[in-house]
Design a protein around this ligand. Structure first.
Ligand SMILES: Cc1cc2nc3c(=O)[nH]c(=O)nc-3n(C[C@H](O)[C@H](O)[C@H](O)COP(=O)(O)O)c2cc1C
Length: 218
C-alpha cells in the first residue's frame, strides 16, 4: 500500500475529490489531505461538508463526509501547515494529486510560489521528480491557463482536466465521475474496477446506418 497526498482547491468539482478519496482508501492506501480556504468554501457549497474555518479541513469533518472506514485512512492537515511531514522531500509520497485544481493554484504551482501546504507539496513533487497529477477545472481556458498547463506538463506534471467523455454512454453523474477517476488511477498505475474499458466501436446497426444515410452526415 502507498501513501498519497490529495490537495483540494477552490475549483468546482469536489465530487471528484470525494470519489478519489473513496477510491484510494478502498484500496487500503493512506492519504494526507489538505484543502485551501477556497477549497473549503467550495466543498461546503457543493457537497455541504462543514470543512472548518479558513482552510482547516479537520479530521472531525471527514467521518460525516466520507464514513468511518474511509476517514480512518486519511490525515487532514490545515492548509497553512507548511511544516507538516508532506511538505518535505524526505516524505515518501506515492503521488500528489490536486483535485480539483483551480487556475490560481495551477499558476502558483507553475511559478513555484508555495504559499500553502497544497502548493508546497506540488512544488516538492516537481523538485523530487515524483508523480504530480493536476485535475484542473475551468472553461473557457485563457492563454494563461493553457500556457500554465503546457509548462507544467513539460515539467513532468500530468494535467488531467475534469473533462467528461460520453462515448461510454454514462447513465448517471456517478458514471461520469468514475470514468475520470479511472483515467486518473490508470496514470497512477493503480488497479481500477468500476470503470468499463473501451472495447471498440460496436458494428453499425441498421437503424444508425439508415439515420446516417438519411441525415446526409452523422
Ligand atoms: C462556487 C465557486 C466555484 C468556483 N469554480 C472555479 C473553477 O471551476 N475553476 C477555478 O479555477 N476557480 C474557481 N473558483 C474560484 C477559486 O475558488 C478562486 O480563484 C480561489 O482564489 C482559488 O484559490 P485556491 O487556488 O487557493 O484554492 C470558484 C469559486 C467559487 C466560489
Amino acid at each position: 500500500m502507498s501513501r498519497f497526498f490529495v490537495g483540494i482547491t477552490g475549483a468546482s468539482g469536489h465530487i471528484y475529490s470525494e470519489a478519489l478519496l473513496q477510491g484510494l482508501t478502498a484500496q487500503g492506501h493512506q492519504v494526507d489531505l489538505a484543502a485551501t480556504p477556497a477549497g473549503c468554501l467550495v466543498l461546503r457549497h457543493e457537497l455541504g461538508v462543514e470543512a472548518g474555518e479558513a482552510g482547516e479541513l479537520l479530521d472531525q469533518a471527514l467521518v460525516p463526509w466520507l464514513g468511518e472506514e474511509c476517514a480512518s485512512r486519511i490525515h487532514a492537515y490545515p492548509s497553512n501547515a507548511v511544516g507538516a511531514p508532506p511538505s518535505s522531500g524526505t516524505a515518501l509520497t506515492g503521488a500528489s494529486i490536486l483535485c480539483p485544481c483551480s487556475m490560481g493554484t495551477m499558476a502558483r504551482v507553475r511559478a513555484g510560489y508555495s504559499s500553502n501546504l497544497v502548493e508546497r507539496v506540488a512544488d516538492v513533487a516537481l523538485k523530487e521528480g515524483r508523480p504530480l497529477v493536476l485535475v484542473p477545472r475551468e472553461t473557457p481556458l485563457s492563454e494563461i491557463h493553457l500556457e500554465n498547463m503546457l509548462e507544467l506538463t513539460r515539467m513532468g506534471a500530468i494535467c488531467l482536466p475534469a473533462m467528461p467523455g460520453f462515448y461510454h454512454h454514462p447513465q448517471s453523474i456517478e458514471d461520469l465521475i468514475q470514468h475520470l477517476i479511472g483515467k486518473l488511477f490508470d496514470r497512477l498505475g493503480l488497479e481500477y474496477q468500476a470503470g468499463a474499458r473501451w472495447a471498440g466501436l460496436q458494428e453499425l446497426t441498421e437503424e444508425s446506418t439508415q439515420f446516417s444515410e438519411g441525415a446526409g452526415s452523422p
